[in-house]
Design a protein around this ligand. Sequence first.
Ligand code: BDP
Length: 330
Amino acid sequence: MKTKTIRRQALFALTGASLLAASISVQADNWRGWNIHPDGYPNTVALEAFAEAVKEQTEGRVNPRVYNNAVLGDQSDAIEQTRNGALDFANFNMGPMGPIVKETNVFSLPFLFTDVDHMHTVMDGEIGQRFADALEEKGLVVLSWFDSGARSIYNTKHPINTPEDVQGLKIRVMNNDLYVEMMEALGGNATPMAYGEVYQSLTTGVLDGAENNYPSFESSNHYEAAEYYSLTEHLIIPECLCVAKASWEKLSEEDQEIVREEAMKASAMQRELWVESSEESRQIILDHGVEINEVEDKAAFQALMEPMYENFIANNPGTGELIEEIRAAQ
Ligand code: BDP
């Protein structure tokens, strides 16, 4: 008899505890975060640290979880899903953002920034804020800006030293028409394709090459298929850590402040890790036998981009001044 009562009390206590847990989890914002990169990639490490810190600092009111390797969809889909609040936060590249937030297309103009430091100066200042405002109008609240180095062309055929070497190569580009224009200006055949499909296309010869920074060339294993990496450094594209506007507006001011602060810390961490990771990836690629070459005459590549700039400025009023402002912000 006695045992039974104790058991019943225990059962009651358990039910009470799980009811309490259920009501807490109803109140908590369980945030789903999209990430294209694998475990250990600088962006992944920074996003995971962000998620952890936000949960801790908000005492569980916001509970973010990062889903790696684009398991929640490819980047263009994920941008839409975050805009409409189906996903809560993400790290996006401004390349595939262009077709959705037109203002960000300017970052897909080759050789816009002279180097990564120039990109950071622009993004961390007043000009960067203007882009954050444009993204917010489309449903994405930018919390901080990440690094993504400089993108260079790699391929399975031969080193690229001059634009003539690009002639006829089938090169994968990210989903944005500007990259098709860019590749065609160089004489290559551009193939827009989701990131996750590139590895197989390289190994089966559907593609001759693609273009990316050191950490992505390495972590995607593309270097196993493409043995020539030529440092064209034609694109330096900022990335954001952003939150769905719908998720953001549900937060109290206090929690917004916490989330923003943690995102700034994540950005500092990502940028630091980026430098180390680029060097590590370079070493892995070299050890594997990939031939890396500097491109001496980048001016030859740049000259071929002039019509692209002219078209862009003609089709997007006001961007001529913006480009000048960006170039002057050194
Ligand atoms: C990586 C970017 C990622 C892009 C990917 C790509 O970080 O956002 O989706 O390149 O080439 O460097 O698709």
